[in-house]
Design a protein around this ligand. Structure first.
Ligand code: PMV
Length: 325
């Protein structure tokens, strides 16, 4: 029986995290670490899922029961996506789904958004259904929100469109930006962050200190505009300063952590033009902008401060068909 293999990239948030959840802009880039999905019909009225990267050996669920009963965490995005796709297109054939990852799901590279996107794209190919990028986004975003409750959809946009994007929360605007040659170093703290918890923590702070938090968001939005110009003009001194200012505001929101602060300070001491956390905060990764010579020194400083340097290429291709077999 036919099997479709697809892949979608992970992402790195560059500017504007948290504010983007409230309809402000952000800048995100797709990385060359991808999630891969192989999907095919299995001739049974059930889905069978294997996701070895999250320790899931075998999972079965009857099509009629999708979205019902307890769903183990690693399979939630997959099950809800299949349920929503099947409802939208009124189809019901059983599927075998295998997911594989180029990267550790702990990095915060957006594995859930990437797997959801790669699977939705794979299903559209398997059923020969034409889906626009917007249609793909809407289906994936709806599914991610159903599982996670919160989120701006920036990670789905990166998984679908690839490249480096200027993205406004709720997909009000998506514009590719030229980030060719952007000299970034990525440092992993070793701590897994829990995005929904941090997003709720910021929401709670906003409930108590609305004026303060709205002012921070407005300042972050200004930084995103500055960064957008600096990125396109390759003005890395200005871009680095924008990173530092964005980091300060994220600290004021209470989402940085001692591990992030330690790696950021080490990168700056070693000559980085700017450094900040990337994503929800609380752990995961930080990014540092280096000067032409700084790669070795900054990388070494991050490692000495307890981080792991992850080599990634930025601005890579969005979701794609790998193989039809
Ligand atoms: O934790 P990450 O890398 O998935 O990034 C979360 C970014 C937030 O702005 C905090 C949430 C969102 O959905 O935009």
């Amino acid at each position: 029986m036919e099997r479709i293999s697809t892949s979608a990239p992970g992402k790195l948030m560059l500017f504007g995290e948290h504010a983007v959840v409230y309809g402000y802009p952000c800048i995100v880039t797709a990385v060359d670490q991808r999630m891969r999905v192989i999907v095919g019909f299995n001739g049974r009225g059930a889905i069978g899922v294997r996701a070895p990267q999250v320790g899931l050996d075998r999972y079965h669920k009857r099509i009629a029961d999708l979205g019902k009963q307890e769903v183990p965490k690693p399979v939630q995005f997959i099950e809800v996506l299949v349920k929503n796709f099947y409802e939208q297109y009124e189809v019901d054939r059983g599927l075998d789904i295998l997911t594989e990852s180029d990267f550790s799901v702990n990095f915060g590279f957006g594995s859930s958004a990437a797997v959801t996107t790669a699977l939705a794209f794979g299903l559209s190919k398997l059923y020969s259904i034409q889906m626009s990028k917007k249609g793909l986004f809407d289906l994936c975003y709806k599914s991610v929100l159903e599982v996670q409750g919160v989120g701006s959809g920036f990670d789905i946009a990166a998984a679908i469109y690839g490249e480096t994007l200027y993205f406004i929360g709720g997909r009000k605007e998506i514009k590719p930006l030229d980030s060719d040659g952007l000299p970034l170093i990525v440092g992993y703290t070793g701590v897994k962050a829990d995005t929904p918890t941090l997003v709720r923590q910021v929401a709670e702070l906003r409930r108590r200190r609305k004026a303060k938090v709205n002012k921070i968001f407005a300042e972050i939005a200004e930084i995103v505009e500055t960064a957008r110009g600096a990125l396109t003009e390759k003005n890395y001194v200005l871009l680095g300063r924008a990173m530092d200012r964005n980091q300060k505001l994220l600290s004021d929101l209470g989402v940085s952590s001692k591990e992030l602060d330690r790696l950021i300070a080490a990168a700056r001491r070693a000559g980085a033009l700017g450094a900040k956390l990337s994503g929800a905060g609380g752990g995961d990764c930080m990014v540092a902008l280096r000067s032409a010579q700084g790669k070795l020194a900054i990388g070494k400083a991050i490692e000495e401060a307890g981080g792991e340097v992850i080599d990634v290429e930025l601005g890579t291709e969005g979701v794609r068909l790998e193989k039809r077999a």
